[in-house]
Design a protein around this ligand. Structure first.
Ligand code: ADP
Ligand code: MG
Length: 574
């Protein structure tokens, strides 16, 4: 057996614990939600793994979470018969911060370099460590299925913890919180059954496993006629009650769900700290039967475009969790969508391979894609500010979708937004641009550069500005790939203002055309001389009508890559 050890928390953990212990955060009641959600996750885990290895259940498959408040020891105990943890897992999961969310939280703190304000702490779910907001001591007992002995972990949140082996009969984890005085005497008393009951209702109602608590009743003994017997001592009866309704939120009818419920469910399940931007809840019956609850987050996670970051939709079958991140349900360009699908058509122990080839999955996926696109189109036409805030966060994913996903090009082009010379702060859709085009204009003009002032300084802009021609501004490095992939919109080709002939002829007066031609003839020798001098570096020299006050400008020819793309490629090859 392993002897009792005292260990130090990892530096980052210490920092976080310190915050929790001296918490300035008022909403401390959320600790219960965090611990219950961990318990539920652990039961999910053992339930799932037991499908292929029933020995893990050790004969106990009455999954439950139990709350025990104890006035005499000042403790609140939360226990589950989930997956438990091995020695190594306790050290790994409880002693260090591996979670990306918590890491992001700490990074945010550093970035701000101030003491964390209310809001910031409230925004991040800090998980297990939130226990230290209300407890002066946290004791964790746990045993993984198949292990002979359990593990006892304990800490007062002071930078160290102890860990040792112990006896534990039931599989799973028990967390004993020795409550700080203010939380067992004051107004916020976490030993009161009533308080606990309402907290569970508020935060954890949809947890799929019963959250149980004992309620003690005192009754006066009754005689045969049912009359209380005078003078005898009351008898105590204990009744176990289930505190949560266990109906998953998505299974309820839309009109029975409040926006707050949708929001808190989202934050809890997807570990976000902000309310979602949009909610798409739908049920389908027919060739495939499913319920889906999808969310458009308000903000992009920092790792959205990381190649290794996993996206995907949670999969359930008849309310039972199957898979965390099913990637085959939505196209890659919708990787930012969070949510879940619950369908009786999937069997619980379906393998990833089978799933990939599942017809139902493909059908559901098609429907989900359609409804997300529909939602976006509606936002674009009915709630422009909201759409623009979506675009700011996730527009890049759609733009990448246009050039990397050939089949989705047409579905996405109407959703694209770009800055343009039309207004100084707004964005324009391609539809809007084309709608403003004068009849004679044949192409959609765009300029690339790093920001507005740099494209506005391009010599080519002068002429277009003078002619009142609108130019799209491409500042994002993926923009030009996107435009190139599209090639045209409503039969109007895209034309870079720094590439080849600007095709302004039709907008030009006949006299001006005449002028350019005769000028070219007149200065033939000059053009030849410049061409010879720069031979090998350029392909042609022309008299241009595109300049106003600048003397010369460099342009790419119509077939070559553009100047800005050349810059991007050069950078990539560094
Ligand atoms: P998260 O739940 O987001 O992973 P937490 O801080 O809440 O982060 O928990 C950290 C880790 O500790 C969990 O990922 C899990 O591995 C482990 N853990 C916490 N509570 C339990 C529990 N009741 N049973 C088993 N493992 C748990
Ligand atoms: Mg957690």
């Amino acid at each position: 057996t392993k002897p009792k050890q005292t260990r130090e928390f990892q530096a980052e953990t210490k920092q976080l614990l310190d915050l929790m212990v001296h918490s300035i955060y008022t909403n401390r009641e959320i600790f219960l939600r965090e611990l219950i959600s961990n318990a539920s996750d652990a039961i999910d885990k053992v339930r799932f793994e037991s499908l292929t290895n029933s020995a893990l259940l050790e004969g106990n498959s009455d999954f439950e979470i139990f709350l025990v408040p104890d006035e005499t020891t000042h403790t609140l105990t939360i226990s589950d018969n989930g997956m438990g943890m091995t020695y190594e897992e306790v050290v790994e999961n409880i002693g260090t911060i591996a979670k990306s969310g918590t890491k992001a939280f700490l990074a945010k703190l550093k970035e701000k370099e101030t003491s964390p304000d209310q809001e910031l702490i409230g925004q991040f779910g800090v998980g297990f460590y939130s226990a230290f907001m209300v407890a002066e001591k946290v004791t964790l007992l746990t045993r993984a299925p198949g292990e002979a002995r359990g593990i006892r972990w304990e800490s007062t949140g002071d930078g160290t913890y102890t860990i040792e082996e112990c006896d534990k009969e039931q599989r799973g984890t028990t967390i004993i919180l020795t409550l700080k005085e203010e939380f067992r005497t004051g107004e916020e008393n976490f030993l009161h059954t009533y308080t606990l009951q309402s907290l569970v209702k508020k935060y954890s109602d949809y947890i799929r496993y019963p959250i149980k608590m004992n309620f003690t009743k005192e009754e006066q003994p009754k005689d045969a006629d049912g009359k209380p017997i005078e003078g005898s001592d009351p008898i105590q009866t204990v009744e176990v009650r289930i505190l949560n309704s266990m109906t998953p939120l998505w299974a309820k009818n839309k009109n029975e769900i409040t926006r707050e419920e949708y929001d808190s469910f989202y934050k809890d399940m997807f570990h976000d700290w902000e309310n979602p931007l949009e909610i798409i809840h739908s049920k389908a019956e027919g060739t495939v039967e499913y319920t889906s609850l999808l969310y458009l987050p308000a903000r992009a996670p920092f790792d959205l475009y990381d190649r290794d970051a996993t996206s995907g939709i949670r999969l359930y079958s008849k309310h039972i969790f199957i898979m965390e991140k099913c990637q085959d349900l939505l196209p890659d360009y919708l990787r930012f969508v969070r949510g879940l699908v619950d369908s009786p058509d999937f069997s619980l122990n379906i393998s990833r391979e089978l799933l990939q080839h599942s017809k139902q999955l493909k059908l559901i996926g098609k429907n989900l894609e359609k409804s997300v696109l529909k939602t976006l189109e509606n936002l674009l036409s009915k709630d422009r500010p909201k759409y623009e805030s979506f675009w700011k966060e996730f527009g890049q994913a759609l733009k990448i979708g246009v050039y990397s996903d050939y089949q989705s090009r047409d579905k996405l082009k109407g959703l694209l937004l770009f800055p343009s010379s039309h207004s100084t702060d707004g964005l324009t859709s391609l539809d809007e641009y084309v709608g403003r085009m004068p009849e004679k204009q044949k192409v959609i003009y765009y300029a690339t550069g790093k920001d507005r002032s740099s494209v506005e300084r391009l010599p080519q802009m002068e002429l277009l500005k003078e002619k009142g021609v609108e130019v799209l501004f491409l500042f994002d490095r993926v923009d030009e790939f996107t435009i190139d992939a599209l090639q045209e919109f409503k039969e109007k080709k895209f034309q870079s203002i720094s590439r080849g002939d600007l095709q302004l002829d039709d907008l030009e007066s006949p006299e001006a055309k005449q002028d350019a031609e005769s000028l070219s003839k007149e200065h033939e020798p000059l053009l030849q001389a410049v061409k010879e001098k720069l031979s090998g570096k350029i392909t042609d020299v022309k008299i241009s009508s595109r300049l106003k006050s600048s003397a010369v400008c460099l342009v790419s020819d119509n077939n070559g890559i553009s100047l800005s793309m050349e810059q991007i490629l050069a950078e990539m090859n560094k």
